[in-house]
Design a binder for this molecule. Structure first.
Ligand SMILES: [Zn+2]
Ligand SMILES: [Zn+2]
Length: 185
């Protein structure tokens, strides 16, 4: 089984090469090709993922849709579904969903062998057997904004203004408002 260079780089980022990563790799490449775009340099692409497993690292590494840039959105639905869109053209979204038969039936008894077999399966399977791919429209959250920070009246740590809450006349960060005891300094 030959491993493409971009998948080797992705495995370096993720930490290992696994069947889940291969799913994300195929899903991301399929979506980018449909959208006719390259890796997102800034925020022109957004991705909505419906799971938080290995596969999501492919969207981060290959499409540049990252948690830190604010163009990766997570819904905890436990589904291998990835929706990519260009920001500003919400109608232009591609939803890639792993088909029920994609994992296959046969499982070799040895776990290492089973893992290799699944990996090879996901890397060689024809795209149309592996995924449903649909054009959809996606309501995109607004672009990440930079807000001023203020100090929490309890822990004294700077907090983004929109995350401060008012409690008993004091302005508190969320953990302090929920009873967190800050370390003494
Ligand atoms: Zn993994
Ligand atoms: Zn606090």
């Amino acid at each position: 089984m030959s491993i493409p260079d971009d998948l080797k780089d992705l495995a370096g980022f993720h930490g290992h090469l696994c069947p889940g990563l291969a799913i994300g790799y195929r899903a991301t490449l399929a979506a980018l090709r449909r959208l006719g775009v390259e890796r997102s340099r800034d925020e022109e692409l957004v991705c909505l993922v419906e799971n938080d497993s290995c596969s999501v690292d492919a969207a981060q590494f290959l499409a540049g849709c990252t948690f830190g840039k604010g163009n990766l959105f997570f819904r905890d639905y436990g589904k291998q579904v990835f929706t990519f869109a260009r920001r500003g053209s919400s109608a232009d979204a591609v939803r890639v969903s792993l088909k029920p038969g994609a994992w296959g039936e046969e499982v070799p008894p040895d776990p290492g062998e089973a893992r290799r077999a699944k990996l090879e399966r996901f890397l060689t399977m024809p795209e149309e057997e592996m995924f449903w791919i649909d054009e959809v429209s996606l309501d995109l959250p607004p672009e990440a904004s930079i807000q001023p920070s203020f100090l929490c009246d309890s822990c004294g740590e700077p907090v983004m203004s929109s995350r401060l809450t008012e409690k008993g006349g004091r302005r508190l960060c969320i953990p302090c408002s929920e009873g967190w005891r800050p370390p003494r300094r």
